[in-house]
Design a protein around this ligand. Structure first.
Ligand code: MEV
Length: 428
C-alpha cells in the first residue's frame, strides 16, 4: 500500500480542536466516508460535549451492549445487575448461575474497610532501615499532613488511617517505600490517595535525607477486599457428576497458572461488565485481581469450588475491589449513573461485594458449561435458548426447541417457530 507523503499522525494542536474538526483530519487520514463520520458523531446517550470533557482527542463514542444479569439474591436482597460487554453468553451464563445459587439461598458476602494504599518511593538513602524507623516515628505528623489534603473525605469518616514503611532490594540498590493507608469510603480513591502521597513527600524527604521519586496509589488493593460465597444444591447444578466435574476444574485452576488465568478471566467477564457499566476504572480492577491471584508467589485461582458432606457444591471468591460510587465517569457518564441506580447499591463496599458475587456466578456458569457439556456447546445452547425466547416460544417448550435447533445446527428464529408449531400440534 502506498502512503501519501503528506499523511502524518503528528498534527499540531489536534487536542485543541473541536471533535468535528479533529474528525475532519481523521477522515482525510483514514479515508472515512461521510456516513462513517456521521456514525462517529452520533454518540447516542453520551453527549459529544460530555465525551469531549471525559478524555482527550475525542472524535466519537463507541457503544457496548448493556444487559441485565438476573436472579441475583445477595444477602437476602434481590439485585438487578447491569452488565456491559461485547461477549455473547456472559449475561445469560451469569443469570443462569445466579439462579442455581439462588436455589441454595443465594450469595453471602463480606468486605474489609475500603482502604487503598498510596506508595512513596524514597531512593538515595544510606541506611534504609534507619530511614524506615524515622518515618514510623513521625507517623502522626505525616498522617495529619495527609489528612489536611482532603477534609471532605475525613469528614465522611475516611482519610489516611495508618502509615507503614518497607525496605526493598532492587537492581538500583535498596529503596525505602513508605505506604499510606487511606480509607476512601465511597470513592475509588486514586485522586485522594495520589494527592496525599504527593503532599507528604517533602516531609518524607526531610526525615530520611533521601529523594522521593514515585508517589502513587497501588492497584494491588490488599486492604480493600471483597468476598462472596455460596452453596448450590447438587440437583440444581445438574447432579453429583457435575459437582465433581466443577470441583476438579477448580483443583486444576488452583494448581496450574495456565488454567488459572482462564478460570479468573471467566470470573472477570462478569465483574468487568458491571465495572464498565458503572463507569469505573476496569483496568484497576483487572490489575488488582490478577496481582492478588499471584500474591502468594505463584499465580492461582481467585475462587475455589468444593463438595460438602451433603454432596452439594460450595464456592467462594475473594479479590481486591477498588471501586467507587463518586467521582470520575461514575458521576459524569449518563448511562453509568443509571447503571448505579439499577444496581441500587448504597456504598462502595456493598458495590464491591456485589461484584464479588457476580464474579462467583460467572465463574460457576463457565465451569458448569465446561465440565458438563463443553463451552462451545454451552454457548450454542444458550444462544439457542435466547433465540427460542425471542421467537416467542413458551417457557415450557424453550428447552426442547433449543435442543432440537442445536442438534440440527439451525439456530434461527424461523426454525424456532416451526419447531414450536410442530411440538404444539404433537401435543394436541
Ligand atoms: C470465556 O470468555 C471464559 C471461559 O474461558 C472461562 C473459563 O474457561 O473458565 C469460558
Amino acid at each position: 500500500m502506498v502512503h501519501s507523503l503528506t499523511k502524518t499522525s503528528s498534527i499540531s494542536g489536534f487536542y485543541k480542536l473541536k471533535p468535528q474538526d479533529r474528525l475532519a483530519h481523521v477522515k482525510e487520514f483514514a479515508g472515512l466516508s461521510n456516513e462513517e463520520c456521521a456514525l462517529l458523531m452520533n454518540t447516542g446517550s453520551l453527549p459529544l460535549d460530555v465525551a469531549d470533557h471525559m478524555i482527550e482527542n475525542v472524535v466519537g463514542a463507541i457503544a457496548t451492549p448493556l444487559g441485565i444479569g438476573m436472579n441475583f439474591l445477595i444477602n437476602n436482597r434481590d439485585y438487578l445487575i447491569p452488565m456491559a460487554t461485547e461477549e455473547p453468553s456472559v449475561v445469560a451464563a451469569a443469570s443462569y448461575a445466579a439462579k442455581m445459587i439462588r436455589d441454595g439461598g443465594g450469595f453471602h458476602t463480606s468486605s474489609t474497610t475500603p482502604v487503598m494504599i498510596g506508595q512513596v518511593q524514597v531512593v538515595g538513602i544510606r541506611d534504609a532501615k534507619a530511614a524506615k524507623k524515622q518515618i514510623l516515628e513521625a507517623k502522626e505528623e505525616i498522617l495529619k499532613l495527609a489528612n489536611k489534603q482532603d477534609p471532605i473525605l475525613v469528614g465522611a469518616g475516611g482519610g489516611a488511617k495508618d502509615l507503614d514503611a518497607k525496605v526493598i532490594h532492587t537492581t538500583q540498590g535498596d529503596m525505602m517505600i513508605a505506604e499510606l493507608y487511606v480509607d476512601c469510603r465511597d470513592a475509588m480513591g486514586a485522586n485522594a490517595v495520589n494527592t496525599m502521597a504527593e503532599a507528604v513527600a517533602p516531609s518524607i524527604e526531610r526525615l530520611t535525607g533521601g529523594k522521593v521519586l514515585l508517589r502513587i496509589i497501588s492497584n494491588l488493593a490488599t486492604k480493600r477486599l471483597a468476598k462472596a460465597w455460596c452453596t448450590v444444591p447438587k440437583e440444581s447444578v445438574g447432579g453429583e457428576e457435575v459437582v465433581d466435574g466443577i470441583v476438579n476444574a477448580s483443583a486444576f485452576a488452583a494448581a496450574d497458572p495456565y488454567r488459572a488465568a482462564t478460570h479468573n478471566k471467566g470470573a472477570m467477564n462478569g465483574i468487568i461488565a458491571v465495572v464498565l457499566a458503572t463507569g469505573n476504572d476496569h483496568r484497576a480492577i483487572e490489575a488488582g485481581a490478577h496481582a492478588y491471584a499471584a500474591l502468594k508467589g505463584n499465580y492461582t485461582s481467585l475462587s475455589i469450588w468444593e463438595k460438602n458432606a451433603n454432596g452439594d457444591l460450595t464456592g467462594s471468591i475473594e479479590l481486591a475491589m477498588a471501586v467507587g460510587l463518586i467521582g470520575g465517569a461514575v458521576r459524569t457518564h449518563p448511562i453509568a449513573k443509571i447503571a448505579v441506580k439499577i444496581l441500587g447499591v448504597k456504598t462502595a463496599s456493598e458495590f464491591g461485594e456485589v461484584l464479588a458475587a457476580v464474579g462467583l456466578a460467572q465463574n460457576l456458569g463457565a465451569l458448569r458449561a465446561l465440565a458438563h457439556e463443553g463451552i462451545q456447546r454451552g454457548h450454542m445452547s444458550l444462544h439457542a435458548r435466547n433465540i427460542a425466547v425471542a421467537a416467542g416460544v413458551p417457557e415450557r417448550l424453550v428447552e426442547q426447541v433449543a435442543e432440537k435447533m442445536v442438534k440440527e445446527r439451525k439456530i434461527r428464529m424461523d426454525r424456532a417457530r416451526e419447531l414450536m408449531k410442530e411440538l404444539e400440534s404433537a401435543r394436541e
